[in-house]
Design a protein around this ligand. Structure first.
Ligand SMILES: Cc1ncc(C[n+]2csc(CCOP(=O)(O)OP(=O)(O)O)c2C)c(N)n1
Ligand SMILES: [Mg+2]
Length: 369
């Protein structure tokens, strides 16, 4: 398994304990933004804890925990402008937290399609369970921006496993040929369910796959928010490079080297395929205490600040749970957003459902709590 601390080509700012490495450059961000990154990571971790517990209570069907991967999702989204789009797989909850969409997002995980549809308000494309299948769409979105002549960038997140899909190849090839303003964020968390990184590819790294598409690939410690921010920022600038003297936008592939601490989803038992001692090694790189050390040592946060952020994370997530709990179930919603015009067979299914609801009432379709 890749060790971000051992590989010289992995960009880092912080050491394992959160001290700035000699010669490393801390990104030029305000104190407020640096603390916001920490706050968003804490909210993401808290969201994870609550979502797993909601699943245990039967209020969520299944959930994909992101613990360990907060830094890359949060910091890379801070490197975007608000108008830039985020298209993600299903585990990069930190991006949704940065866009302040938790109350919209949680209903999706609780089975309400309205949750997914609302995300577009924050320029977040609905999440995607078909591994890699969003990549061509995200490239299309970026291409559309450049054809329109606006300077919007699209960050497209996916896992190491997604790189084995044809959609990955088609999307990145197209991006390279048509110079789309794309930032590809590959979260190499070591596993695609039970398939380890080493069995996913014969390439030495995921980043080097960019060479085949004619653009740059970069590797970064995805458990170091400062390094993740810096590398994404550089990629965003390259993608937005649209002034007339510049060579024009270029895509970038970023490999975030990181680890998922928990199960693949709440339906998975990682104890069957991985060794706990490896997990412990990665837990020592936990992005939250590591980054907290940096903020404390540089005088940006103290005990009181940490406590206030912990309380805020509890409140933000509790509010999202309250809002999501109030959403009324509407089974017909599942037909609402996939097609602009329903194909005849899907229309028939929806009409049949509506007839049944009419005949037997809503209650016949609700599970006893
Ligand atoms: C096209 C497709 N094939 C298989 C699956 C089943 N599946 C769900 S998640 C997953 C692993 C994906 O791994 P990776 O891209 O590394 O993302 P991670 O779960 O590690 O975040 C697979 C094979 C799927 N959802 N879609
Ligand atoms: Mg993976």
């Amino acid at each position: 398994m890749t060790d971000p601390l051992a590989d010289a080509d992995v960009h880092r700012v912080l050491d394992a304990d959160g001290h700035v490495l000699p010669d490393a450059e801390v990104p030029d961000l305000s104190d407020e933004t640096l603390v916001d990154v920490y706050r968003d990571m804490r909210v993401t971790r808290r969201f994870d804890e609550r979502a797993v517990s909601l699943q245990r209570q039967g209020r969520i069907g299944t959930y994909a925990p992101s613990a360990g991967q907060e830094a890359s999702a949060v910091a890379s989204t801070h490197a975007l402008a608000d108008r830039d789009y985020v298209s993600y797989q299903y585990r990069e909850h930190g991006a949704v937290v940065v866009r302040d969409l938790l109350s919209e997002y949680l209903p999706y995980w609780m089975g309400h399609e309205s949750g997914n549809a609302a995300m577009v308000e924050g320029n977040v494309v609905p999440l995607n369970i078909g591994v890699g299948s969003h990549i061509p769409h995200a490239v299309g979105l970026a291409w559309a921006a450049s054809l329109r002549g606006d300077d919007t960038v699209v960050a497209c997140h996916f896992g190491d496993g997604a790189t084995s899909e044809g959609d990955f190849h088609e999307g990145l090839n197209f991006a390279g040929v048509f110079d789309t303003p794309s930032v590809f964020c590959c979260h190499n968390n070591g596993w695609a369910i039970s398939i380890p990184e080493g069995e996913q590819t014969a390439s030495d790294t995921f980043a080097e796959k960019a060479v085949a598409y004619g653009f740059d690939g970069m590797r970064v410690d995805g458990m170091d928010p400062l390094a993740s921010y810096a590398v994404t920022r550089e990629a965003v600038e390259r993608a937005r490079n649209s002034d007339s003297d510049a060579e024009g936008p270029r895509p970038t592939l970023i490999e975030f080297v990181e680890y998922r601490f928990g199960a693949h989803t709440t339906a998975d038992d990682p104890g069957v395929y991985r060794d706990e001692s490896t997990v412990d090694h990665w837990r020592d790189l936990d992005p939250i205490p590591r980054y907290e050390t940096f903020l404390r040592e540089t005088g940006r946060i103290d005990d009181e600040g940490v406590q206030a952020i912990a309380d805020e994370a509890d409140e933000v997530v509790a509010e999202a749970v309250d809002v999501a709990s109030e959403v009324d179930a509407d089974p017909a919603e599942m037909f609402a957003d996939a097609y602009a015009d329903l194909p005849p067979e899907v229309r028939r299914q929806r009409d049949e459902l509506l007839r049944q609801v009419e005949a037997f009432g809503d209650d016949a379709f609700l599970r006893e709590e």
